[in-house]
Write a new protein. Sequence first.
Length: 367
Amino acid sequence: MRLLPEPVRRLAAWCVVLLLVAGVGWVGVRLCGELRTAVTPVLLALLGTALLGPLYRRLVRAGVQHSVAAGLTCAAVLAVVGGAVYIIVAALIDTGGQIVASLRQTAKGVARHFGVAGNGLDDLAGKARELLGKFAGTAASNVVSGVSVVAESIAMAVLALLLVFFFLRDSQRAVAALRSLAPGGTADTVEAVARRAFAGVEGFMRGTTVIALIDALCITVGLLVLRVPGAVGLGALVFVGAYIPYLGAFISGAVAVLVAFADRGVVIALWALGVVLAVQVLEGHVLQPVIQSRTVQMHPAVVLLAITAGASVAGILGMLLAVPLTAAAFGVGAELRGRYGGAADSATGATPGTPPDAPPGATPREP
């Protein structure tokens, strides 16, 4: 190795480090996949704790006992989430028949426009019934599998809610336990890194909630003005979908336009599309820079890559967790740079922020 030039040895060392990090990450992802029933509630509970922490701390400062404050916080989030789910489901049930009928009429119009025989849709329906009869056993097994998935999701949601209660109530004990597990002399560093990572997740959740609330209110008001049925439910869907950046807003906005098209026709659907696009422009050019820049700083390209990676690993759940975990990683990196980067600069006699080839005592470079 000594015969190799210094740049080559550094490159080899970095390659070894990257391979080790990638290997550990791959093993961690596989373990999380195998233990997803236990890991998923923990991750969701951490997101819920980051979102509900300010409310809990405000209740504690008001003199409420820790257990009572945690219980009230969990009851509040349960009421909000339950109400949102009820509004969304009720709105989709009320407009579901109209959507199906409108899509059927649109399909018939397209068939007539392109000269397709009038009985083409009937033939297609007959073939679909025939295929359904042939694969009835598979369909039944899929129904059973779907019921088991729903039951598993409900169980994980209940477990996540219980974990939120314990995380809120016993947060100080968790910090003490983390310090006790840290190697000798690193307790302060480990606690600072953990707090910085959690602060990144908390900032992301707080900023996303504010943006989601503004988006939902704007779209709800626009749909009410256009007299689109289920406007409140569609607004609640926009609020929930906003926790998946970019893609969630796109999907919920598409549902709103589809409902407007099903009930009010093409003109109102175009107006609804205009409302959705205007809100997205407001979010991308005003809300995101103003709100998220104060909580967590991530380039949109990084967000999109994180969502894509999360979707490839864990589907919709991965899309939901990808950006908060990336925000935590950015927080850890910033804390480590602030600690060890400053130490390296002081060891070389340079002021933090000066170029590496500057002489000792040089002034920092202007950004």
